[in-house]
Design a protein around this ligand. Structure first.
Ligand code: F6P
Length: 323
């Protein structure tokens, strides 16, 4: 393999730049030419492809976002879009790809491999941590710490005013950020898509706290919870707990930015190098991951479709520690 390309796609995640850096420097170390593709699959379709060198990735290990930019491509979902993308890659004589992103990115990479057979290794980059085949994804640790910092601040004001706060964190289909930031922030209740927590459960837990002389409470809710958004859940609770001082904070995209944590930089560097070396050693249609501190490669299909369930111990712990 003499020439490969790297791109980022889907929602950005802190640590993607550290991963790009590792891919670029790893390729150069192994005497492989490295190209960058801007704007993910859209850039591939347009031929927005450029040669990278070790200086192109200087001074980025500490930066959030992605220097290669990112999109959620609609055109790549179509066979015509993928054909254009393949033609562009052929023009640049690209022999392998490193795809940094989440489940949408890996789904696209898997379909593209099935159609055109271009060896591709994925590096899991998403704050959601919802990919099978790796204990943690790039960006998750930083996002949890960002959420935690916000929860700590909200707790100060919740405590001063004896209020109940509903704090919504990201996670469309997954409660990883919610459960970890909830435990770290001492939340009374954590609502995640993986388990059913009814409005009655929420009200019951809040009342139990008040019976034990608690004066303020924090409920952390994942955006994809089955009971609805934090605003919706809070409105329903308010209806039934008239007179209670209830507020809502939605953290939103603040969780996607910022300087990557040490853990994310190291994870991203390992995964980036693992992706390049995997490609060079003949891996083709897989995502690289770290499981129990070991580098592993998992077929794209499995990485996307297999469940990575929340640890039930964590869910149980929230209830015990919030008494
Ligand atoms: O997949 C990462 C993620 O941040 C999810 O947690 C969230 O639901 C989604 O992306 C938001 O996407 P967008 O940036 O397109 O609004």
């Amino acid at each position: 393999m003499k020439r490969i390309a790297v791109f980022t796609s889907g929602g950005d995640a802190p640590g993607m730049n550290a991963c790009i850096r590792a891919v670029v420097r790893g390729a150069i170390y192994h005497d492989v030419e490295i190209y960058g593709i801007r704007y993910g699959y859209d850039g591939m379709i347009r031929g927005d492809i450029f040669k990278m060198n070790s200086h192109t990735v200087s001074n980025i290990v500490q930066k959030g976002g992605t220097i290669l930019k990112s999109v959620r491509s609609k055109e790549f979902l179509t066979p015509a879009g993928r054909k254009k993308a393949f033609e562009q890659l052929q023009k640049f004589e690209i022999e392998g790809l490193v795809a940094i992103g989440g489940d949408g990115t890996f789904t696209g990479a898997g379909v593209f491999y099935d159609e055109y057979g271009l060896p591709t290794v994925g590096a899991p980059g998403t704050i959601d941590n919802d990919l099978f085949g790796t204990d943690y994804t790039i960006g998750f640790d930083t996002a949890v710490n960002t959420a935690l910092e916000a929860i700590d601040k909200i707790r100060d004001t919740a405590d001063s005013h004896d209020r109940v706060f509903f704090i919504e964190v990201m996670g469309r289909d997954s409660g990883y950020i919610a459960i970890q930031s909830g435990i770290g922030g001492g939340a009374e209740i954590v609502m995640v898509p993986e388990t059913l927590t009814s409005i009655d459960d929420v009200i019951g837990t809040l009342k139990q706290g008040w019976d034990r002389d608690k004066t303020s409470s924090i409920v952390v809710i994942a955006e994809g919870d089955e009971e609805g958004t934090a605003l919706e859940v809070a409105a329903t609770v308010k209806e039934q707990l008239k007179g209670k001082d209830i507020r809502v904070t939605t953290l939103g995209h603040i969780q996607r930015g910022g300087r990557p944590s040490a853990a994310d930089r190291i994870l991203a560097s390992r995964l980036g190098l693992g992706a390049v070396e995997g490609l060079i050693n003949g891996q083709k249609n897989v995502a690289v991951g770290i499981v129990n501190d070991q580098l592993v490669y998992t077929h794209f299909r499995e990485a996307i479709s297999k469940e990575k369930p929340l640890n039930p111990d964590l869910i149980r712990m929230v209830n015990i520690l919030s008494i």
